[in-house]
Design a protein around this ligand. Structure first.
Ligand code: FES
Length: 148
């Protein structure tokens, strides 16, 4: 069963140029394969795919909506945002597809956002990669690394 719980970090360790923060036990991904953490003012999404672990920003670079609940394709190594179906490589953050919406949905989106100058251009935005973070598994836990 997946939860919407946002987990707190369990502690951090500085190693050379990297600040590592422990996230959760690897076994927990068997029940909850997409987990959200708030670390160093970043909202992170940790995922398990094909027996490996990846951490990306939980905020979609398109409209800043949560990526948790995204569709994971382990063969293509992508995650696809549920909101407007942009997909990203979960290893590199590279944009694989941007705003895969129909022309009708695009027009509807523009009409809905009409009058909100900041939001109006949202359906015409240029592709932006998603932020990715270093990971390691140690002590049966997933860790995320930040440049120190
Ligand atoms: S918020 Fe993710 S594609 Fe629009």
């Amino acid at each position: 069963m997946e939860s919407n719980e946002v987990k707190k970090d369990n502690g951090s360790v500085s190693e050379k140029e990297i600040l590592w923060t422990k996230l959760s036990h690897t076994n927990s991904f068997n029940e909850d394969s997409q987990q959200v953490f708030n670390i160093n003012r970043n909202e992170l999404l940790a995922i398990k795919s094909d027996n490996n672990y990846y951490v990306v920003s939980n905020r979609c670079p398109h409209a800043g909506l949560p990526l948790k609940g995204c569709t994971i394709d382990s063969q293509e190594q992508t995650l696809t945002c549920v909101w407007h179906h942009s997909s990203f490589c979960y290893k590199t953050g590279e944009v694989k597809e941007w705003l895969k919406v129909s022309t009708f949905e695009r027009i509807l989106g523009k009409l809905f956002l009409k009058g909100n100058k900041q939001a109006e251009g949202m359906m015409d935005m240029e592709p932006i990669p998603v932020d990715t973070f270093m990971t390691k598994v140690e002590d049966d836990h997933l860790w995320v690394g930040f440049d120190n």
